[in-house]
Design a protein around this ligand. Structure first.
Ligand code: FEC
Length: 295
């Protein structure tokens, strides 16, 4: 057996000039209001994504994670981005060209939704097209090592912990999507493990698509916490694993600004990024999948 891993992530534009193409990919052909594009360009500029001299944080962290996972496993690990290059299909082609006969699909997002992991899965399977054996990891948000890693970061007695994740259109609830339940389960396990007294959950990063999204949004939630006499907040994004726009802008800038206006102290945990304990957890998941192939 010659296994390989397709490590999938959202992807991020390398340069400001890439933002229109990147946004068009996210929108999947649906129209983009010029003011939304201008706003997105401004956010990437604020993030430091410029003329291509500095990689976008998400792309840089994903490459560091890929390289570390490859070292940990001793097999080929190929990055496939959902919305940028290298594409998931390019990663699969590279793995197959290198002789892989079993490919494990692993997404750098812990919780399943048909609009998230389901989309990565479709791209992965379409790319492999039955040519080799596959395993696909649909969720890993309750992995004990992930829960432990987050619990260590929030185990502070003096702050109210707000767990967050990317919002999605609210229609997924009627469709029976497990996303919200899976997020709450991770939050509950981390809170229990860390022995937290006060914690809550809110969504973040809602997109202007004209339909209702899952709430509460973190900005409203901070207002609510303030009204309930909370003065010190620690944000723990459980639906993301790396530094990127939704962390550096939506939390570090937007939420921070709202907190300042309200007189709240807001801090956030360090993201797992490519830290060894996190990479070892990913390696453990892949080893389990490969054992299932040989069993
Ligand atoms: O740093 C970066 O360059 C990329 C940061 C980034 C991550 C991310 C993760 C998730 N998204 C999810 C769902 C949606 C849905 C829409 C949507 C739109 C955007 C836009 C940008 C963006 N997302 Fe994202 N997402 C990131 C970035 N996302 C930019 C477009 C402009 C904007 O809204 O700000 C709405 C699509 C539509 O228009 O119909 C839905 C989910 C995740 C977490 C799972 C994952 O990482 O794959 C779910 C990181």
């Amino acid at each position: 057996m010659k296994p390989a891993v397709i490590l999938m992530a959202y992807g991020s534009p390398d340069r400001l000039a890439d933002v229109p193409e990147y946004y068009a990919d996210i929108r999947g052909g649906r129209p983009i209001a010029p003011e939304h594009l201008a706003d997105l360009v401004a956010r990437y500029r604020a993030l430091g994504v410029g003329e291509g001299t500095e990689p976008s944080p998400l792309n840089a962290v994903t490459e560091a994670t890929r390289a570390a996972l490859e070292r940990a496993l001793g097999i080929g690990v190929y990055t496939g981005m959902r919305h940028w290059r290298p594409r998931i299909r390019e990663a699969v082609e590279a793995a197959l060209a290198d002789g892989a006969d079993v490919v494990v699909g692993l997404v750098l997002a812990p919780h399943y939704s048909s609009l998230s992991i389901g989309k990565y899965r479709a791209l992965f399977e379409e790319a492999v097209a039955g040519r080799v054996e596959t395993r696909f990891v649909e969720r890993w948000g309750t992995e004990p090592a992930f829960v432990d890693l987050l619990a260590r970061r929030v185990a502070r007695a003096d702050a109210h912990v707000v767990f967050t994740a990317h919002s999605l259109p609210a229609r997924i609830v009627e469709e029976g999507d497990p996303y919200a339940d899976e997020l709450l389960e991770t939050a509950r396990l981390v809170a229990e493990r860390a022995g937290l007294d006060g914690w809550s959950f809110s969504f973040q990063s809602e997109s202007p698509t004209g339909e209702p999204w899952l709430g509460p949004d973190i900005l409203d939630h901070l207002d609510d916490l303030h009204q309930h006499a909370v003065a010190d907040v620690l944000v723990c994004p459980i639906g993301f694993v790396s530094d990127h726009l939704e962390i550096r802008w939506d939390i570090d800038h937007e939420a921070q600004e709202t907190a300042r206006e309200l007189g709240l102290r807001l801090q956030r945990i360090e993201m797992p990024n490519d830290e060894p304990g996190f990479v070892e957890m990913l390696a453990g998941i892949v080893r389990r999948e490969l054992q299932a192939v040989t069993a």
